[in-house]
Every structure is written in C-alpha cells, then in structure tokens.
Write a protein that binds this ligand. Sequence first.
Ligand SMILES: NC(=O)c1ccc[n+]([C@@H]2O[C@H](COP(=O)([O-])OP(=O)(O)OC[C@H]3O[C@@H](n4cnc5c(N)ncnc54)[C@H](O)[C@@H]3O)[C@@H](O)[C@H]2O)c1
Length: 257
Amino acid sequence: MDLSLPTHRTAVVTGAGSPRGLGRAIARRYAREGWAVVVADLDTSAADSTAALIAEESEALVLAHQVDVTSVDSVEALRTAVVASELPPVGAVATVAGIADPTPFLEVTPELWERVFAVNSTGTFLTVRAFVPDMIEHGYGRVVTMSSVSAQQGGGVFSKTPYSAAKAAVLGFTRSIARELAPHGITCNAVSPGAADTDIRAGATDAEREAALSASIPLGRQATPEDIAALFVFLSSEDAAYITGTTQNINGGSYIA
Ligand SMILES: NC(=O)c1ccc[n+]([C@@H]2O[C@H](COP(=O)([O-])OP(=O)(O)OC[C@H]3O[C@@H](n4cnc5c(N)ncnc54)[C@H](O)[C@@H]3O)[C@@H](O)[C@H]2O)c1
C-alpha cells in the first residue's frame, strides 16, 4: 500500500451510524473515494449496518466501533481499536456525532446545556485530541468538524440556544487548532450546513414544517447528505492542502456571509 497517497489512509467518522444521516453518507463517500473507514457511533447496530453497506458497495477496509464521544475512556478505546486494527494510518477525522435540541431558552436547564455541549463540543474536542498525534506521526492530517448555520445566525432552523452555542464553540475550536496544527501540516476546517434532510429533527417536526423550511431556502431545497459528504471528503483531499481555519458554509443560500 502506497502511504504517500492520502486515500490509502483511514478516515475516522463519528456519528456514522444513522441510516439517513450525514455521517453514514460521509463514511460511504470516503470509502468510494478510496479511503479506509472507521464507522463510529453510539448506536452499535447502526454502526454495524453502515459498515456492512460499505463492505457491500466498495473494496474499502472498514471497521465499525461503538463510541460515546462524550466519554474520554470511550474515545480512547476507539483510538486503541483503530491503531490495533489492520487499517492504514489515520489521515482524516470527521467529527459528525451531534444532537439537536429545540428547547426555548427560558426552559433550558443546566443539565440540558451540559448534555448538548457534551456531545457537540466536548465530543469534537475528545475525538480530535485522540487522533491528532497519530496524524502528526504519520505525516498527513485533515480535521473536518461539524458546525451548523445555527451557530452563525442564532438558531433559526430548528435547534435553539444550547445547540447554537455548542456549534459556535466548534467554530472557535476549529480555528484555534488550525493555527496550532498548521506547523505539523494538518489542516482543520469546519463544515456549517443549513437544514439537511435527515432524521435529526424526527419526532419534533412534520411534513408541513419541513416543506416551509425547504421553501425558505434560496435554492429551494434542503441539503442532501451527499451534498455534505462531498465537502467533507474534498476537505480531506490533497487538493485541499492550502485550506485551513475556514468555515465552509453549505446552506443553499439560506445564510450568505
Ligand atoms: N440535519 C441537519 O439539518 C443538520 C444541519 C447542520 C448540522 N448538522 C449536524 O450534522 C451532524 C449529523 O446530523 P444528522 O442530521 O446526520 O443527525 P442524525 O441524528 O441522523 O445522526 C447523528 C448521529 O450521531 C450519533 N450520536 C449521537 N450522540 C452520540 C454520542 N454521544 N457518541 C457517538 N455518536 C453519537 C447518533 O447515534 C447518530 O447516528 C450533527 O452534528 C448535526 O448537529 C445537521
């Protein structure tokens, strides 16, 4: 295996279990473009089924692993399993695991605040922290984090304050590590989607509300998981070597800045 090619490396994707989710589409896209893939998710059976799908549709080496990104021990166990596996060295980390929350500010409890930050912000930190030393050691590194337009425009899609604040923390985190890791040749960028057509709002929305959301977007539709996946994999490529510290807006024109 020629390790001078980034695509002969491993991409670690958290939150890659959800059947209609962004993480699964991202993991499948990495595999399609020649990466080995780690499919990590809180939901073991969902992670297993993403990995089975990838094994069915590509030649990629794939490892499914249960992880709770809020737990230091669980993320370290993920790293240990990846390093011990037959997969090539890690070359990209995509922190996709996240939870939404539409609670109005006046009803937000400290517990809810902590939970939303634990998954979206601390989970991003712990995952990146676990894999960056390996990327430095092996000489190729791409960190791609998941923010949201909610961080930039103050909610306005579905989730409210704790989510907007936690996703804004991801932007500050990504910009800061971009600066610190640049001397090691590692790029770090945040992807900031507008509404995407997944199950993240399932049970808390309805067809009418979703249609109104789509109609409010200048391009007239929500993002598909494939739209988002293409951006993650591009930001992980050699061609993206000079892009770092950016926030990549991908929102159909719903937020133009
Ligand atoms: N769908 C959207 O409209 C949208 C827009 C902007 C940003 N995002 C972000 O994109 C990411 C993926 O969203 P999605 O729409 O695919 O959601 P989803 O709910 O379909 O998938 C989220 C995945 O994260 C996993 N997860 C949750 N908590 C976890 C934990 N503690 N440890 C490990 N895995 C955990 C879930 O099991 C699930 O598989 C999230 O970070 C979300 O905030 C989504």
